[in-house]
Design a protein around this ligand. Structure first.
Ligand code: F6P
Length: 504
């Protein structure tokens, strides 16, 4: 419900019972030929999941527009009320590229790249988290519910509770949470845990992530945890965490594996133009016997190099033939000003050149490398065209591409090769699970996928699809909001959980 009433004397500000806070707004700005700007919903699953809840409850979404220095007034687009937060050039460098993506990101992904611990980046992280918390405190209605998203905003729950004890606060971490042995490297490890404990419910992708978090709580604060609950004693006593409010309360930490809008992928997979495009792709690639596909942000966590190494060895050993096989690698540009991402791009593009130079022919490239992002229609056509999907992440919170591939395969065909280090592996046991560090094992899995009989492909794909269709992103948001209402049974939280059930 939208309210004009004021809290703390601010009568002008519109207030909302349900507020989502994420680093980015769920819209992209599109500049038309005549120079006018338009906001277009970004295609992510989170928007799809939360859009109906936002509409029913007249919610608001707080986030950054994606452009440094952008100062935009709150606005409504497609029925969603958006509240932009401004990030300066310095904020983008130190909070987003620095602390979020060059400290937390590598640390939480098992230090695949070395995390950098810079004090000025931490200062920027605190400063920007304060700004998001201020915005959320000024946007949420009395007794409302705020759902904070992801690792860029781990301090927001506590900062928000310090300002507004009346709110129900949820937090969801989209990336892994590391084992304590790694987490303890972080110079600001206690502050981050205190930040998160400001929430009533903290969601993680995997059971193991929630376990790692609870272990960190026990180790750092000697707080007892019972199952997935942390009982917070009154504040100001000894070493207890300062998690915002003054009252003793409980915090629940549990796993809620995120998913996709499976229906949207199925609908696209049935569309005649998308199916025709899939055939065209196969044709353009020379109608080979086997098309393998990798689709990733160009990120060192994705194991793209490991995938290339296994494939190149299979070509070298004559177990795959370049005249009959191709690997299409879509690597969408990401975080391009961060050093480790620049280095990765150089390394990957050098490898593509080497593999194509060593094994390609005039007619056939071994790897078809595309450094672009594509619209969803094109991705679905690629999924339909691909016989084998390679997801070889070294560490991944979930990996939604694995779920998108499976949802798309309405023909019950195709083989998913999936890293056991992706969160998706917990639910997708019918995939060919691999340890991407084990290149021989990866090669065996690729060959097994190439030679898998149709009957086995169908059987595996059917069970994978059932899981993804039954556990879609709407169910994820419903499960989270229901658990949030149980963790803190306020009116707004109960209403959200009930409203979400009604929509299904
Ligand atoms: O899943 C982690 C995540 O940071 C998401 O929050 C985001 O949508 C995606 O990766 C892309 O990252 P960025 O916003 O840095 O481009």
């Amino acid at each position: 419900m939208r309210k004009g009433c004021g809290i703390d004397g601010d009568d002008q500000q519109e207030r909302f019972d349900f507020v989502v806070v994420s680093n980015r707004l769920p819209v992209d700005r599109e500049i038309a030929h005549d120079g006018t700007a338009r906001w277009k919903p970004s295609p992510g699953g989170l928007v799809t999941a939360l859009e109906p809840v936002m509409r029913t409850n007249d919610g608001a979404w707080i986030g950054w527009s994606g452009t440094a220095g952008d100062e935009v007034e709150p606005f409504t687009t497609d029925g969603m009320h958006l509240v932009p937060v401004t990030l300066s050039e310095d904020d983008v460098r130190d909070y987003y590229e620095g602390f979020s993506n060059d400290t937390i990101w590598p640390l939480y992904h098992d230090v695949i790249a070395p995390p950098k611990y810079q004090r000025d980046w931490w200062d920027a992280y605190v400063r920007v988290n304060e700004r998001f918390a201020e915005r959320a405190a000024a946007t949420a209605a009395e007794g409302g519910t705020v759902w904070v998203q992801d690792y860029q905003l781990q301090l927001v729950p506590r900062m928000l509770r310090e300002r507004r004890e009346d709110l129900t606060i949820g937090f969801f971490n989209h990336i892994p949470f590391p084992a304590y042995g790694l987490y303890s490297q972080l110079p600001w490890r206690s502050q981050i845990i205190e930040g998160l404990l400001g929430a009533d419910l903290i969601g993680f992708q995997r059971r193991a992530d929630a376990g790692n978090f609870l272990r960190a709580v026990r180790r750092l604060f000697r707080l007892p945890t019972v199952h997935n609950r942390v009982e917070l004693p009154p504040q100001g006593e000894g070493r207890w965490p300062n998690s915002g409010g003054a009252r003793p309360r409980a915090v629940v930490a549990r796993h809620f594996p995120i998913s996709i809008d499976a229906r949207a992928y199925i609908d696209l997979a049935h569309r005649a133009d998308v199916r025709a495009r899939a055939q065209q792709i196969r044709h353009d690639l020379g109608d080979p016997g086997t098309i393998m596909l990798g689709v990733d942000r160009l990120d060192y966590t994705k194991g793209i190099g490991h995938r290339f190494a296994a494939y190149a060895e299979l070509l070298a050993e004559g177990k795959l033939d370049v005249n009959d096989t191709v690997l299409v690698q879509v690597a969408s540009p990401s975080r391009e000003r961060v050093e480790s991402y620049k280095a990765l791009r150089d390394e990957i593009e050098l490898t593509v050149g080497r593999v194509n130079g060593d094994y390609g022919t005039i007619r056939h490239s071994a790897i078809n490398y595309l450094h672009h992002g594509y619209p969803r229609e094109e991705m679905v056509a690629l999924f339909l065209a691909a016989d084998i999907m390679l997801v070889t992440a070294l560490r991944d919170g979930m990996n939604l591409v694995a779920k998108e591939y499976v949802a798309t395969r309405v023909d019950d065909d195709g083989v998913l090769v999936l890293s056991e280090f992706a969160g998706a592996a917990d639910e997708m046991q019918q995939a060919l699970l691999v340890n991407p560090h084990d290149i021989e094992g990866l090669k065996r899995a690729i060959l097994a996928a190439v030679h898998m009989p149709r009957g086995e492909r169908r059987q595996r794909m059917r069970s994978l699809r059932t899981r993804v269709i039954e556990h879609d992103v709407e169910r994820w948001s419903q499960d989270f909001l229901t658990a949030l209402a149980e963790a803190r049974p306020s009116d707004s939280a109960r209403q959200l959980a009930a409203g979400d059930q009604d929509q299904r």
